[in-house]
Structure formats: structure tokens, C-alpha cells
Design a protein. Sequence first.
Length: 588
Amino acid sequence: MHISKLAVIVPAFLLSIVNAHPLAPYRTFESLNAVPQGWEEISNKNVDPSTPIKLRIHLAQQNVPEFERTLIDVSTPGHVSYGNHLNQDQIDAILRPHQDTTTIVKSWLESQGFSNDLTFKNDWIVVSTTIGKAESLLQAKYKAFQNKQTGDKVVRTLSYSIPRDLHSSVALIQPTTLFGAVSAMKNTISRVEDPSILKPSGLRLKGGIDAACQSSITPDCLSDVYKYKGFKPASLGASSNKLGVNGFLEQYAQNDDLSKFLKKYIPDAKNATFTCQPVNNGLCTQHPSEDFTEANLDIQYTVSATIPHPNIYFSTAGRPPVQDLDPNTNEPYLEWLEHVLALSDAELPQTITTSYGDNEHTVPQSYAVKVCNMLAQLGLRGVSVLFSSGDSGPGDNCVNKAGKKAFVPTFPATCPFVTSVGGTVGVEPEKAVSFSSGGFSNYFARPDYQNAAVSNYLSTASDAKTFKDYFNATGRAFPDISAQGSRFHVYVGGFDQLVSGTSASSPAFAAVISLLNGDRIAKGKKPLGFLNPWLYGVATEKKGLMDITQGTSRGCSGTITGAGWKATTGWDPVTGLGTPDFSVLQNL
């Protein structure tokens, strides 16, 4: 499966032309038909041409098919290369752009007067300039735009061009057409007013699970439902197994709320904590009275399950200030990925969970491909990367970028090289939760590891036939797996609240994977790394995933009547392959 193209070797005679004078003619490299949904131009706001901007030019990489094949090989049990993860230097050696690619782009920039304003690193070049000079370089017009829901303001362009001879050498240039509306996959339901709801009911369901878990979720509920209760993570080499939690949009995990949470639900571990790692000038702010629901949800449920293993909260800046127009903000993923890929093997977490996402069609495809490629690099380094699938079923406002009715997939959950986590509710039985997002990518082709499971669904499920005109049946299918996602007890601002969303599902499943990674490392084995070939293969065949066959997702309100996916036997686009059974997965 190819998700990006190889760099083209540039003939020497063409390089000599570039060195002599600027390339011409220009041709549109990327454009949007209209302002993305949810944004509007601020007609009375002019963009000062002297405003500083840092253009990031990502160069076309070499050997992408070889890189992807290597990732699948090291992630497939039974393959001779299974578990032989690479370090970043080895990955860079595979993907590094051809020297001619770097030379021709550098020559173009120098011919435009940017000789002293360039910074080079691996496959990208940073051009430090101004809006006015960027407009000239890219034959673009930058304008001010505002998000109608959040009030966020950004400086972007709807189209930009580069010399046509460079189109095969450049992967993307940002900030340009990426608006972004990255949001957390959660919904705060209510503050708990009745203290009795926090206590075990004393009643047991037939599986031995506390009956209170039918109405709300605690760490004990998860350990019961997913069968890791009583498992003690090995202290031997504990520091070698780390769990990373991604934080964006000024969400800061709070030590005080974690302490209250652990005191209530894991009293033996009340002194457990986490470390905060700032990214791109992010902060590690501690304001325990403020509403940091998303950050607290994530860190409370990863820390409580994985003690004594270290948890790292990555606090990444990248949201535009409301008052100022800064073209260099509102792009969290590339900044975080460049930071984390630069970590040494000893510093890199073995498991990372992210509870944020965006509608796929609002993200330029070139950007999505680049981010997905970098996420794949984490997998090849031995990191299990999990993303929430989203909270809008088959979509919210189900209209694609062309204005036609269509289901709306969620990025980065649609990247074939991450593990996407949907949501469930209840324990007797466990069902698909109605908001759990899933479906099929319009950017990425279905990977081989999914073929059998997804083909079976498409040929047998009634909803696949009913809604066939609204999704891309050949696209990467998501989610891959699922976990509880409804009414999690979370301490926020000193109070216990109930929070729902696949924001809860991803850290819940990530905690299980982190326990498995710790167990493997303690036994002298490699971490699991990229999970999907294992999940669709051995883990499913050996019943390590509990198939969810009840429940239906809902979405597309007012757009597509009756839109939703039904949970069914085998893989489905609401719960994926199912939820984890730790007792089986550990043996596998």
C-alpha cells in the first residue's frame, strides 16, 4: 500500500537551469474550493505583510514502499523480522530525500533571495520570512479567517503555487491551506452530586463484575471487564516501559486532581504521579480549579492502571490566540511528531494515546499523508500508537468537501499506521455506544492486514449495503478495536464528574497495551510496536479480543436519514474487532 510518492531524481541539466535562474512557470500546488466548513473570512481584518511566518517545506522522501513494507514485516507475528524495530537514524537513512531533491528546492529558494533564511533538517526546510515575501514566493494571498464556533483566528491562504518542475520534489508547504479544528473526543455529562454513586453496589453480575459498572466506570471496572484485575506490573525494569499521553489545546493534566482521584479509587497508589514534557513552547500549567477535563481524564486512567510504570504527558502548543493573528499556530501534530521522533530510544514511550482528531476532509491530503508517515515511523521504532475514533458516529454534518452527502471519517484515526479505538457501553452485555465514530477513509487505501475482516463485513452487513453510496468501500476502515467510553468518573477542578467519549476509550485500551508491553520487556522481549497486523491476525484468531455484536452508532442528524453503523459478528465500523481480554492477550 502506497500512501505517498517517491522523490524523483532530477537530471543534472535541470539543476544547472535552476542554479542559473528561477524555475518557471508556476503551477497550483494545492488549493481549496472554498473556505472550510466552520470558518469564515474576516473581511475587515487586513493581514500585515510584515507579519513573521515560518514556512515549513517538506520534501518528497525516497523508498516509501520499502519503509512501509519493513514496518508491516516487523509488526507481523511469525515473520522473520518480527520485533526487529529500527532506530531513528536507520529510518532516516531509508526515507531521506534524494540529494537532487534537496538541491533543486534549495536552489529555487536561493534564487528567490532566501539564502540566509533557511534551516535544514532531514526531510524539511524552514524558511523564516514574512507574509509579504511568502505571498511572492508562493504566488498566494494570505487572509484572516475565524472559526465560527471557537472564535479562533488564523492566517491562511486558499491556494498556493510553486514551479511545476518542483511538484515531484515537494510533499507539502505549511502554514498555507491547513485550517484545522482539532478537538477532543469527549463530552462532559455531569458533576456527581450523590456520593453514594461513587461506592461499589455490593451486587455482582454473573461475570463477577460489580453491578455499579453498568451505570458508571472506575479503574476497578476496567480491570474487571478487561481481565487484568490482580495483575501487578513488573517493577523489574519498570522505567523501561513508559506510557505517553498527548495533550493539545491548552489542556493541562493536574497533579491535585490526580491525587484526589487516586485517593478515592486506588488508595494504595495515592502517591503515583506523571511527568509533563512541553512541546513547541507548550506549558505544564497547574491550575487545579480550572476545567482541564480532557487532560485529567487521560492521565487519571493511564496512571491508575499502569503503576509503577512512568507516564509522560506531552503538552503541545499549537492553538491560535483569539486576539492576535499568528500564521504559525494551530498545527499540533507535526510539531509534536518532530519532537517525539527526536527522542532517544531510552526516552521514547512504548505506548502513546491521543484523544484528539478532526474531520478528514478538512485536512489537506498532503498534510494527512505526511502526518501518517511520521506516525508510521513511531511504529517502526517499536511504539504502539492509539487514537480515539471520534464521537459523531458515521459523521456530524455529513457533507463532504464537494458539498455532497457523505459519511465523514476522522483523522488521524484513518491513518493505516495507528490503532483507532471506538467506544462501548455497559458490561452485561457490552455494547457499541451510539456516538462511537467509524467508517472508511477517503484518503488512505485499505491496508492488506484488514482485507479479510473488512471484506467479510462489506459482503454480509445490511448497513454496508444500505449506505453504500455514502462511503468509500475501498478505504482504510476504522476503528480497529474499542473499549468502554461512557460515564467515566474523572476528578476535574477538585470534583468528581462523569465524562463520556472515545477520549476515554483510547487511554483505557492504551493502558492494557502498556501493561502488555511492560510484561514483555520484563521477560526480555521487545515491545509490541505497531499493533494492527497482530490485532487482525493472532489476537483475533486466538480470542484475545471480545467481539461486540450489539449496539448501533448514530450520526448525520438532518443530513442522511437513519445514518449509523450496527455492531455485528466480526469487524464492524463502530467497535472494530472488539474489546481486550488481557488474560488471553498476555499469553499471546
